[in-house]
Write a protein of this length. Structure first.
Length: 373
């Protein structure tokens, strides 16, 4: 098969179907024509549908995925003096809400085969000050939730799922977003379900928690000008809710397309000196990213870029190595799996619309890199 010489982007937001684009156009036009731009039926409708998809009783739209974790932590009563356990190899958006609540992050390492949080290290990190655990469903695969939930149950801790990369993913038949006390989702445009700007959601089975977050994010009011608590403005934008609602019916197809691309990569990369993350047979992976680990990572990226192939790194440094936290107590420690992975990770192109020819080109170019030595 002849491989195209056209550039292969790391991600292309414009490769949506014409049907989806028409649905989005209609949804945005309906909001404009309604004149209702803050909250309203579009937000309500999306929340109901996303709660159902996430296997949760309640969904509250918020301004971002970072806010989703922040307000969930407040609703769970996490604050100064408390410790929150999470994993070192995640996006900074997992950590910042913990710090904003005045709590102390306690980092642990990840599992070498899947790069999600290590439950044994979670268990070892629990102290009398521990209040919550934030497992991250990294790259679209669920963390080992049975073990994490068992630790939480033994010690009376809250589990807050970071599901920012796990729209539609599941674990042993349970949807990501339904297993903890609450979950935070992001709708950043590059997510499997992405808006046309920032957006996020809290999902939960706890009606009281959902009600508190809903009030908190709307200036602390349940009805206009009746401010019951000290709140904030962190509402999901109505036009973004309309975009998300238009895209939601296609999410299962998006996830299936990503799984098919991942399967082609696994086949095409067989025999090359690359390390792939294991896909657990009991977890429904949605492949927000397709990550490989290689030696000479930076040389490989330069080689791929020279051949017109885009790549990413998720993430170039574990949290404890970031400059912003160099003086923080939690930055002192050793996390060998996360540290090794950060130096070897490469994220390959994966998005709906990526063609078999493009996948083949990526695999063949990787082969050329290793062949040249």
């Amino acid at each position: 098969m002849k491989v195209t010489a056209e550039p292969v982007p790391f991600f292309d937001l414009l490769r949506s179907s014409s049907e989806e684009r028409r649905a989005i156009d209609r949804a945005i036009r309906d909001v404009i024509e309604s004149g209702s731009f803050i909250l309203g039926e579009e937000v309500d409708r999306f929340e109901r549908r996303f709660a159902e998809l996430s296997g949760a009783r309640h969904c509250v739209g918020v301004a971002s995925g970072c806010d989703a974790l922040l307000w969930s932590l407040e609703a769970l009563g996490v604050g100064p003096g408390d410790e929150v356990i999470t994993v070192a190899n995640t996006f900074v958006g997992t950590l910042l809400p913990v710090l904003r609540r005045g709590a102390t992050p306690v980092l642990v390492d990840c599992l070498a085969d899947v790069l999600t949080i290590d439950p044994d290290q979670v268990a070892a990190a629990v102290t009398p000050r521990t209040k919550a655990i934030i497992p991250v469903h990294l790259y679209g695969q669920a963390a080992e939730m049975d073990e994490i939930l068992a630790v939480a149950k033994r010690h009376g801790l809250a589990v807050l799922e970071d599901a920012a990369q796990a729209h539609g993913a599941s674990y042993k038949g349970r949807a990501c977003g339904s297993m903890g006390a609450a979950a935070g989702f992001s709708f950043y445009p590059a997510k499997n379900l992405g808006a046309f700007g920032d957006g996020g959601a809290v999902t939960t089975n706890d009606e009281e928690l959902a009600s508190y977050v809903r009030t908190l994010c709307n200036y602390g009011q349940r009805q206009k000008n009746h401010h019951e608590i000290v709140g904030w403005n962190s509402r999901l934008d109505t036009i973004q809710a309309a975009v998300l609602g238009a895209k939601l019916p296609g999410l299962s197809g998006v996830n299936e397309a990503r799984r098919e691309i991942a399967s082609r990569y696994r086949e095409g990369l067989a025999g090359l000196p690359v390390e792939l993350c294991v896909a657990r047979d009991y977890a429904e992976h949605v492949y927000h990213q397709f990550v490989i680990r290689v030696e000479r990572r930076d040389e490989l990226r330069e080689f791929l870029a020279a051949h017109g192939i885009g790549t990413g790194i998720h993430y170039p440094a574990p949290l404890h190595e970031l400059e912003a936290f160099s003086d923080a107590d939690f930055s002192r420690g050793s996390f060998p799996v996360a540290e090794s992975a950060a130096r070897r990770l490469v994220s390959l192109p994966i998005f709906p619309g990526l063609t078999p020819l493009e996948i083949e080109r990526v695999c063949e170019t990787l082969g050329e890199f290793f062949k040249k030595g």
